[in-house]
Design a protein around this ligand. Structure first.
Ligand code: AMP
Length: 469
């Protein structure tokens, strides 16, 4: 199967080739012809599967003809976070180089004046977070009556963030006869209900979750005490063929301290976490992307959704507390055909967390011992299906327990990041219903962002605005 078989225009095929893609991913192969035929679609797919191009590419051809009108976007893409919205915008820029399409990005953290100005000039594609879109809609700055194509991306994450009522309102403002595409990593009941209500005879596509099924990622766990973590990391960084790595920590303070310590040991390391202001985050990301630094120490929130190519390694300096964070973290490597290695450091206190991760992913992560600085499988084995009896982690004697920072009791855990801005407001983890009351999930859902301040994703060029403000 090639892109040429999918019915895309020659101009689009040119940009796909320029992007370096030779073959459509499964979601692209199935979704693109349907979207071109103007069918509604439900795509069960996570980031990392190529799902963005599966709607962006056909949308460009669908929108290639038609007239722009002031304040009336022709299509709307809803994203749960600013960062994802901007990544979609980047995709439009990349694939739409041979088309005359105008986009606007409506996200928190950028000045509204610029966004309103762009809308006033007429846009073909509006990419928005629900909060900011509702703000503008309520102020009468935008009309949705000319919007014949709607994409609801990451629907289950929207649900986690409390956006479903906003989405329902938005859907009801759009023309009834429109094309609607809904993407979600999982299909909890409220999303199913939303789809039943707002989609017509949709084509249903489900693709494998990249994380649990991704054989491109060699996963390992390494037992270590909290005290020995830094030494273990340095040793792995030296012995593994690390070209670029993201090192995840559970806390901002650990991110800061670890980055400092790595720099002190001569590593080209940077940091990204929610306490940094937006320009600093962007600068740090740019340095990482440009190769000025090859190690990025990160918190979950700051790194969520980032599409940084060619990351050879992920190190979970701290075992994530929530298993779906594990899926997200290791998803930063092994992306779209590349191979990657992921190491998770487990202290005796992480027994519960690692067991939840293994339960969720349905695999027992092979354990390695680090001998003389090199990772050796112990014993060498591939990820395999979880045995009937859960793996029990050996519990450590009291005095071997790590210092406080390693893993506090659950109730003492701090909120992930400081308080989020309006559109992420409902996203703070502590505002969630307790996990056991949530609809049962069959796959890990992306967790909500709890960004504290500005956003941390790439800044699209097309609007020419400053992301600060
Ligand atoms: P997504 O799932 O949309 O976040 O995409 C994940 C990554 O896959 C992005 O870096 C895309 O640029 C890349 N990608 C998308 N489609 C393809 C393809 N057909 N071949 C190779 N890489 C792709």
């Amino acid at each position: 199967m090639s892109f040429a078989d999918l019915g895309l225009s020659p101009e689009l095929l040119q940009s796909v080739t320029a992007a370096g893609y030779t073959e459509p991913t499964p979601i692209q192969a199935q979704a693109i012809p349907s979207v071109l035929m103007m069918r509604d679609l439900i795509g069960i797919a996570q980031t990392g599967t190529g799902k963005t191009a599966s709607f962006v590419l056909p949308m460009i051809d669908v929108l290639a003809h038609g007239r722009r009108r002031a304040l009336m976007p022709r299509s709307l893409i809803l994203e749960p976070t600013r960062e994802l919205a901007a990544q979609v915008a980047e995709n439009f820029e990349k694939y739409g180089v041979n088309h005359d399409l105008k986009m606007a990005l409506l996200i928190g953290g950028v000045q509204m004046g610029d966004q309103v100005k762009a809308l006033g000039e007429g846009v073909d594609v509006l990419i928005a977070t629900p909060g900011r879109l509702m703000d503008l809609f309520e102020r009468g700055k935008i009309l949705l009556t000319g919007c014949n194509l709607l994409v609801i991306d990451e629907a289950d994450r929207m649900l986690d963030m409390g956006f479903i009522p906003d989405i329902e309102t938005i859907c009801s403002k759009l023309p009834a006869t429109r094309q609607t595409l809904l993407f979600s990593a999982t299909m909890p009941a409220p999303i199913k209900k939303l789809a039943d209500k707002f989609l017509t005879n949709p084509k249903y596509i489900e693709v494998a979750r990249p994380a649990s099924n991704n054989e491109q990622i060699a996963q390992h766990k390494v037992r270590v005490t909290a005290r020995a973590k830094r030494e273990l990391l340095r040793s792995l960084l030296r012995s593994e063929d690390v070209s670029t790595a993201i090192i995840f920590c559970n806390r901002k303070t650990t991110v800061r301290e670890l980055a400092k310590s790595l720099k002190g040991s001569g590593f080209a390391a940077g940091e990204i976490h929610g306490d940094m202001d937006q320009p600093s985050r962007l600068a740090e990301l740019d340095r990482f992307k440009a190769g000025t630094i090859n190690l990025l120490v990160a918190s979950d929130v700051a790194a969520r959704g980032l599409d940084i190519k060619g990351v050879s390694h992920i190190f979970n300096f701290d075992t994530p507390w929530h298993p779906d964070d594990y899926v997200h973290r290791i998803g930063r490597t092994g992306r779209a055909g590349a191979t990657g290695r992921a190491f998770t450091f487990i202290t005796p206190d992480d027994a519960e967390a690692i067991a939840s991760i293994e339960k969720l992913t349905g695999t027992v992560i092979p354990e390695v011992t680090i001998e003389g600085g090199a990772a050796e499988d112990a014993p060498r084995r591939e990820p395999r299906k979880r045995p009937e009896r859960p793996v029990r982690e050996a519990s450590a004697p009291r005095e071997a327990r790590p210092p406080r920072e390693a893993s506090p009791p659950r109730e003492a855990r701090p909120p992930r990041e400081a308080s989020p801005p309006r559109e992420e407001h409902t996203a703070a983890r502590e505002s969630h219903p307790p996990r056991q009351h949530q609809p049962r999930r069959t796959a890990p859902a992306p967790r909500p962002e709890a960004e504290s301040d500005g956003w941390n994703g790439p800044v699209p060029d097309f609007l020419g605005f400053s992301a600060a403000g």
